[in-house]
Design a protein around this ligand. Sequence first.
Ligand SMILES: N[C@@H](CCC(=O)N[C@@H](CS)C(=O)NCC(=O)O)C(=O)O
Length: 215
Amino acid sequence: MSGMLTIYTYDWVPEGPRGFVRDVRLRWAAEEAGLVYEVRTVPFEHRDASHFDRQPFGQVPFLTDGKVSMFESGACLMHLARQSDVLMPRDAVGEAETLQWFFAALNSIEMVSVPWWFLEISGEEDNGLTGWLDSRLAHLEAVLAEQEWLAADRFTVADLIMADVLRVSRVRAHGKHPATQAYIERITARPAFLKARADQIAHFQRADADRARAG
Ligand SMILES: N[C@@H](CCC(=O)N[C@@H](CS)C(=O)NCC(=O)O)C(=O)O
């Protein structure tokens, strides 16, 4: 295992998810924190035992960092946040605020938004999760109308994960949430995010070219 921070993603994915594959979260955090990292791949189409050994659901992302090998984007982000106070303040109050909003993004927003999104794209006429999503987004809107950042009066990994959860096109287009829209725009205008997303898209475009050459 390389001692370097290594972020794993797929070797290729179809157009749709490009820019949204969750390794972008890890790339983004590493860019924000100035951590040196490399990106390696596992096959998207033929997932073998060595992939499942590292990510038991055959998903990405996962990372290695020295002796550490871990999966789940949230856990990986916490690992990176412990290496840089750019991502998470070191004082007890700032850290607590960051942690609560970090887990709120995953357990109170994404927990609803992902199943809602799946029902939407599967063409369900009556998406039974809409009321639940509306309620969560309305409460978040009230918070974001009052504050620029979720925690510690500055950008933290809580904003990174919340913005990544919310920027999914259908979720973003759902309902009227001006403060939330402004928040997503503000966070995703950060150079670290733009670089991380562009690098991911370029990675998959290179894979297209390799596949075309291989016939
Ligand atoms: N909870 C996991 C979800 C990972 C996940 O959904 N990964 C997607 C890419 S963004 C994936 O690998 N999808 C392929 C699959 O589920 O088979 C995390 O946050 O790491």
